[in-house]
Design a protein around this ligand. Structure first.
Ligand code: DGL
Length: 265
């Protein structure tokens, strides 16, 4: 079973990508909706929550952990990798790989929560791969609440995206990393504002490709993930708090009606 966690329901963008690229695998998802958002919390708190979320998923039978949350990926990957004896996947490195391969001019934009942007992790990893790269980062704190509210096509959302993207456009980026779980849901609006010449890197898609490659190269681990009997795979969704709005947004992200199960973590 593949265990995926996020600070809330935005991480379902990663589940969606996994279901598309790795159909047939069982997935267990934990969304920490009671303690969301992580993007405004301290490093220590995000690390603590990430440890608890990982323990929850391992207790449910996960053999691989995917940190869907960019904030938790930037804060907690090293601690989780040291503490737990299972492969830990995170969303930052695969997005960096994709962006550095895609860029032609070496001018890369990154958008994310304040915590992710302030951590400087994207900039650091991009520079490690491409020392001449110019990285322009912009925190976009209003985008998560807009997605949570289901304001996916509203003029207000388009206006706010335009405002966030404008300084990156001025810098003439040719590649833009969507460094937050929620942003793939706004991909069309974002790409309309950046223009066709800017390659959009979706971390949910990149992490699912990285996991698929890893499983192809590690048949032993692959065998330890019990494949679902049904073609579609069995996917279970747990959350630490439940409201009708969470369920509505979750179904909107996955583009199918799903049932969230409330657990105390
Ligand atoms: N999941 C978070 C991320 O990808 C966004 C929501 C939050 O701040 O918790 O950074």
């Amino acid at each position: 079973m593949i265990g995926v966690f996020d600070s809330g329901i935005g991480g379902l963008t990663v589940v969606k990508a996994l279901m598309e690229s790795l159909p047939g695998y069982n997935i267990v998802y934990f969304g920490d909706t009671a303690r969301t958002p992580y993007g405004t919390k301290s490093l220590d708190t995000v690390i603590d929550y990430s440890i608890q979320n990982t323990e929850f998923l391992l207790n449910k039978g996960a053999k691989i952990i995917v940190i869907a949350c960019n904030t938790a990926s930037s804060a907690a990957t090293q601690v989780l990798s040291e503490k737990f004896d299972v492969p830990i996947f995170e969303v930052v490195t695969p997005a960096v790989e994709a962006a550095t391969s895609a860029t032609k001019k070496g001018q890369i934009g990154v958008i994310g929560t304040r915590a992710t942007i302030n951590s400087g992790i994207y900039e650091r990893l991009i520079k490690e791969k491409m020392d001449k790269a110019l990285v322009y980062s912009a925190p976009c704190p209003l985008l998560v609440p807009l997605v949570e509210e289901g304001w996916l096509k509203k003029p207000e959302t388009k206006m706010i995206v335009k405002k966030y993207i404008a300084p990156l456009k001025t810098r003439q980026i040719d590649t833009l990393i969507l460094g937050c779980t929620h942003y793939p849901v706004l991909k069309e609006i974002i790409s309309a504002k950046t223009g066709k010449r800017v390659e959009i890197i979706d971390s949910s898609i990149e992490v699912s490709k990285a996991l698929a490659d890893y499983l192809a190269e590690n048949p032993k681990v692959e065998k330890s993930l019990i494949k679902a009997e049904s073609e579609k795979g069995d996917v279970k969704f747990f959350v630490s708090d439940i409201t009708p709005q969470f369920e509505k947004t979750a179904s909107l992200i996955l583009k199918q009606k799903i049932r969230l199960e409330h657990v105390k973590n």
